[in-house]
Write a protein that binds this ligand. Structure first.
Ligand code: BTN
Length: 319
């Protein structure tokens, strides 16, 4: 109901009367007034003039469901939004309630108190500055395909950044860097049986509005944000909607055509292949060698100094 009122208001540059709204929505004028008051509380600037009606003057510059749904062009991803002003971690929340929500649900927070990164690290998620989002997917696939999803997400986000004029590169497997500094991280988690995925939670954290001092001291030399790169304001709502649209496109493409088209795109955006690198791994000794190619399952084809060729399935390059 509130979403429809918002839609009707934003389609019009002039006033729309309480009477017209109540007739079109089939509810009382008091009910309309209550919804308008709730929207004002959320930060919508709505002018109300007796005998004329309501007019939308300004929308809040916040990542709230009403704004996302107003701009979203997907068919599945983001159609259901679980929003938190502040939460421990959107990935944790998505995993805990994965079975209660449909495919495509997104879990979104303005701030995370225990944002999680890959390899057991934490992820700084201060309020109002970034996009902290987890997407719930339920593909009918074998768990061996799960490794393709973070790569697919990295491609969707890299392409969205390129459309904004940001030359982002993918560091294997799925870090997004601009000028060597991290701008986006992806954490994919899974609930599965041996032969089928029950759900995937794809969490991405994007640094959007940060100034240098907004990052914890220890990452200031290695992190950046979209606004630091572009030197102009970025609309987080539009950005998230653009990412979800691309993510949905590549997700459906993966289900239909397999990983090969995504793999090709990943190779266009990566800065890893062809380089001598060090790979740090969880609980294992680091590896030194040359990154040769991306395998069809998302692992890295890697040449050790003695010429031996191996597949590396997880790790972090360059630490
Ligand atoms: C990494 O680069 O280490 C991955 C970072 C992933 C951060 C995102 S923010 C939204 C989602 N919730 C989390 O707790 N983590 C992911």
């Amino acid at each position: 109901m509130r979403q429809t009122i918002l839609k009707l208001l934003s389609e019009q540059d002039t006033y729309i009367s309480g009477q017209e709204l109540s007739e079109r929505l089939g509810v009382s004028r008091t009910a309309i007034w209550k919804h308008i008051s709730a929207l004002k509380e959320k930060g919508y600037e709505i002018e109300s003039i007796p005998n004329k009606g309501y007019r939308l003057l300004n929308t809040p510059n916040r990542l709230i469901p009403e704004e996302i749904l107003r701009n979203l062009k997907t068919t599945t991803l983001g159609k259901k939004i679980v929003f938190f002003e502040e939460i421990d971690s959107t990935n944790t929340q998505a995993k805990e309630s994965a079975l209660d929500y449909p495919e495509g649900t997104i879990f979104l927070a303005e701030a995370q108190t225990k944002g999680r990164g890959r390899l057991g690290r934490s992820w700084s998620s201060i309020p109002g500055k970034g996009i902290w989002c987890s997407v719930l997917l339920k593909p009918s696939l074998d768990p061996t395909f799960a490794g393709q999803f973070p790569l697919l997400t990295a491609v969707a986000i890299a392409e969205t950044f390129h459309n904004l004029g940001v030359d982002a590169k993918i560091k294997w497997p799925n870090d997004l860097l601009v000028d060597g500094k991290k701008i986006c991280g992806i954490l994919t988690e899974m609930g599965a049986e041996l032969d089928r995925i029950n759900y995937l939670v794809i969490g991405f954290g994007i640094n959007v509005k940060h100034k240098l001092e907004d990052f914890p001291k220890e990452i200031r030399t290695i992190a950046t944000s979209l606004e630091m790169v572009l030197k102009k304001e970025v609309d987080r709502v539009q950005l998230l909607c653009d990412i979800l649209l691309k993510l949905e496109k590549y997700y459906f493409q993966l289900l239909k055509e397999g990983f090969e088209p995504i793999r090709k795109l990943w190779k266009e955006y990566t800065c890893t292949l062809g380089h001598e690198v060090k790979i740090s791994r969880f609980n294992e000794l680091p590896l030194f060698g040359k990154a040769l190619d991306l395998n069809p399952d998302g692992s890295l084809l890697f040449e050790l100094p003695d010429g031996q060729i191996i597949n590396v399935h997880s790790g972090e390059i360059g630490l």
